[in-house]
Ligand binder design. Sequence first.
Ligand SMILES: [Zn+2]
Length: 576
Amino acid sequence: MRWSRYFIPTLREDPADAEVISHKLLLRAGVIRQLSAGIYSFLPLGQRIALKVMQILREEMNAIGGQEFYLPALHPAELWQESGRWDAIGDEMFRLKDRKGTDMCLGMTHEEVFTAIARNEIRSYKQLPQVWYQIQLKFRDEARPKSGLMRIRTFIMKDAYTFDVDREGLDKSFIDQREAYKKIFSRCAIEFLIVEASSGAMGGTESNEFMARTPAGEDLIVNCANCGYAANLEKATSGLAAIDDEPGPAAPEEFPTPGVRTIEDLTTFPGGAESSRQIKSLVFVATIDGEARPVLVLLRGDHQLHETKLTDSLRATAVRPAHPEEIRDLLGASAGSLGGVGAKTRSPKLRIVADAALKNRRNMTTGANKDDHHLRGVDIARDIPVDEWFELRTVEAGEGCPNCETGTLEVFKGMEIGHIFKLGTKYSESMGATVLNQDGKPVPIVMGSYGIGVERIISATVEQNHDDDGIIWPRSLAPFDVVVTITNMKQDDLRQAGEKLYHELQQAGLEVLLDDRDERAGVKFKDADLIGIPHRVTIGKKVNDGVVELFNRRTKKTDDVRISDVVAAIRQDLQD
Ligand SMILES: [Zn+2]
């Protein structure tokens, strides 16, 4: 490829609206251009990179027995109604009607379509397991598209689905996928962690996210360096120091607290309590099985609720804080004076859930369900009929590890690059996909679902592989292996040597870009550094002595190499 004819619109300056490094560099290197909010075009360099990512995905999926499909992006609403997700998913789904008025949508994932194929075609356990995948466009109407390719509205995904006759089969399929994912990310030069995650709208029993550590990430990861425990903040737990409370009085004692509205207020109120000795009482309305249900959530006063954990624990599709009038109807007081003591007597249908950090705590202080009054001496086991105990608090850096005795948790930003789910029978049951098992009995197929975003891989690779001069592509994703830079196009000897070497490198099977533009050498070097090709061969004055410069983009080392040795030198480097 000749740079003089190739479309690489590089930019000198950072685009004003780009926030994260990968967004800036991908725009500046002429890899992508924005079409609209959250919608991007791959320019020729971008398409070369994306095809390399897709090839790696294909190779690793095929290696574990994956069979490649290509399913439509346009789906009938009917299928999504069968699984229940037509209603469960909100505004993120692009919905439309065809000319006859039939509801349709643009697929954000393909559980429904793959399950429908399995339901119609697979009859017996003898046909299982199956490992199906595709590399295809997906659509998601993000509320706030941002960060270049990280949160976009249409993207390329590799999504795989496994079908097994039982749980043991699923466990094996899940491990196969997890191992394949490790190979994929390693081949893309991404350092990653595997974390426990919330399954969200996908449902199922267990999920792992693959996270690239980067300040550009939008997720928070909790990690213990001591034992390797790693979880998304929305799933993470922490170890709790044992607390031995004084027993306190024989029954809770009410006391007036005029003007006290918050946990903080009560810490400074005479006769109040420090925040860790208070019970925080929050009223939520949860949507469970399509019904709105009131829930009283209790946490230690110094802990923060994580709403995703609440949603997941309740198996709700959504939760929202209750309105002041709803709170007054339920508990007879305003938000600053609520508590669990007597709450069920007032509202028998109110469900009370509490964070594990409150378990067995005694002599605690909480609202009295009477404006401007609190109760002290509350013994939770004795005084509050908690329906269920969950892990609901937000983990903070510095807390103890829940997995080992000595570790301390750190919290850092990560970017989700892959997510794998054990779906179980959620889709096969709702959509009626069954097979006959060994005993001739119909059983629902046990499924898993596994996704990787191509644009996310590209973003993460750039976030972790760049310097002040631009992108440093790993060989696996680099749009070209080597750029041959002719420093002065006006000199015939340089030009001829460059052309000759260009052909030799191509014949050696390398992907070569020949910088034959009529530009100053400095401009050419800057552009080559920016777009990040692993090797640059510089054709300068020494060429008449049979010598060129070989520059390594990652190490920034330059070596004089005899022209006849260039192919071998690059080969050697690419193997390292
Ligand atoms: Zn640990």
